[in-house]
Design a protein around this ligand. Structure first.
Ligand code: FES
Length: 161
């Protein structure tokens, strides 16, 4: 009787169906492994390139040269002009990123937690851990002032024009 069950085709699954399920599961595993490998290879590549958004054109040079201090709220910076050229100070507080304002003494103050900075951006009262950031200024080929918000520079650096 048992031998009859093994040899009788009525009691066995069709060989084609078994083959199809085996091949389908193998290809599913191959595709899943391929997708996972592609995802793992892509991890080191950033989806967003910070360089592309960090540079911003501010407009023609002349108005910045003619004004001692220009506020650029859109980019959260202050542009200064002195006898050596132009420089930019970030208005982003180095504590937790609030926007600083000018204070009566010529420095800056942060409304969030009370940090104070002198006119050069140095911390005079905490909790800000670092001075305000100086940002790189350049001139574009079409003569516009450009700030790079990812490139820090020193307090002594000037864009001489
Ligand atoms: S964010 Fe400026 S003091 Fe905290």
């Amino acid at each position: 009787m048992n031998n009859e069950l093994q040899t009788n085709p009525r009691f066995q699954a069709p060989p084609q169906r078994r083959d199809f399920l085996g091949i389908a599961s193998m290809w599913s595993a191959v595709v899943a492994l391929g997708v996972a490998t592609l995802g793992a290879l892509r991890l080191p590549m950033p989806s967003v390139f910070p360089e592309s958004d960090s540079r911003a054109k501010l407009g023609p040079l002349e108005p910045f040269l003619a004004t001692a201090v220009t506020v650029v709220p859109k980019h959260r910076i202050w542009i200064y002009a002195d006898s050596d050229g132009l420089y930019a100070i970030s208005a982003v507080c180095t504590h937790l990123g609030c926007i600083v304002s000018k204070s009566e003494d010529g420095g800056f103050f942060c409304p969030c937690h009370g940090s104070r900075f002198d006119a050069g951006g140095l911390v005079t009262a905490g909790p800000a851990p670092k001075p305000l950031t100086y940002l790189e200024l350049t001139v574009s080929p079409d003569g516009q002032l450009v700030v790079d918000k990812q490139k820090e520079t020193t307090a002594e650096t000037r864009l001489s024009v």
